[in-house]
Write a protein that binds this ligand. Sequence first.
Ligand SMILES: Nc1nc2c(ncn2[C@@H]2O[C@H](COP(=O)(O)OP(=O)(O)OP(=O)(O)O)[C@@H](O)[C@H]2O)c(=O)[nH]1
Ligand SMILES: [Zn+2]
Length: 359
Amino acid sequence: MYSDSADLYGTVLAVQANFYRVGIDLGSDREILLCTRRARLKKIGQTVMVGDRVRVEEADFVDKQGAIVEVCPRKTEIDRPPVANAEQVLLVFAIEEPSLDAWQLSRFLVKAESTGLDIILALNKIDLVSSEAIEEWRKRLRDWGYEPFFVSVAEDRGISELLARLNAKITLLAGPSGVGKSSLINRLIPDVSQRVGEVSGKLQKGRHTTRHVELFALAEDSGFLADTPGFNQPDLDDGPDRLAWYFPEARERLEGGNCQFNDCTHRNEPNCVVRGDWERYEHYLEFLEESIERESTRQRTPEEESSLKLKIRGAGVATYEPKLESKKYRRHSRRGQHQARERYENQSLQNIDNDDEDW
Ligand SMILES: Nc1nc2c(ncn2[C@@H]2O[C@H](COP(=O)(O)OP(=O)(O)OP(=O)(O)O)[C@@H](O)[C@H]2O)c(=O)[nH]1
Ligand SMILES: [Zn+2]
């Protein structure tokens, strides 16, 4: 039915060991083939990542297999979780159950900003709160520089508007536990077989490890949602000098004027344009302490620098992050820092424990 010589392209949906699950573009249909990578690609050092656009040869639609012979240039590349061509991050939080926590939200937002990708914020479970509560958050988050989607997966409110924003793009899904991410995936991707995947028995292993990424094709368009447990550890390990740029409120101030000192940390320096009475300035200070602490730890143990975990190309931003540091690292116990760390550890211990178990 399909000739080998025809150019077939597809998107890598999942990777494990030496196999790649590739969703082949066939008009409105999407066939999934389990592919190997041609030895030549390995020889030239060409890796294949989830999200890659690839050319496939020797496609066999009966046995559902093929070989990847070429990888198209990447628009973006994130190393942890490893995804190519993602354009945006969809951050999901619940407005209640669990209650929306400004500090935790801020942390996820900063982490998402550090990727350089566009951010979409969705606040779920609006069925549990009054319209006044929604308006309060809308106003508050507008001051932070965000216009969230207010949705209820349970009552199917706001979902189609959100879906429209996911059109034709690869979107990373992230958010804390219990906010409704799985429910949202189930709503957006009604085809269960697609979620589980016929050929993915092997690939199912390690589903919940932090480096596991899998793309789900969205109904009705060519977009994909990446379920990325690894992104749900909002460890902030970019250098302190970038941090202010990850707060839209601070970014706006920095774009509108200059601090007196080029290396201003925006704490006590004179003539600082960032310091001020914006709500999240306290979050900035708290995250900054942590970032400075991390950086000095990194300098004491330079070998850790070799393991960079996040890298973005395109969009003019290049960011490098070190690998997650182990739990044995302890900060000095300034009270605020300590609390921050405890809160963070509590929310991410499970992910840390699972880290890399399959890689
Ligand atoms: N009231 C209400 N409950 C919801 C809504 N969406 C999801 N839930 C419930 O919230 C709970 C958590 O939903 P999940 O989809 O499992 O959340 P999750 O983000 O995938 O959680 P993890 O798997 O822990 O990461 C479930 O009991 C859902 O039924 C909603 O819009 N309104
Ligand atoms: Zn400053």
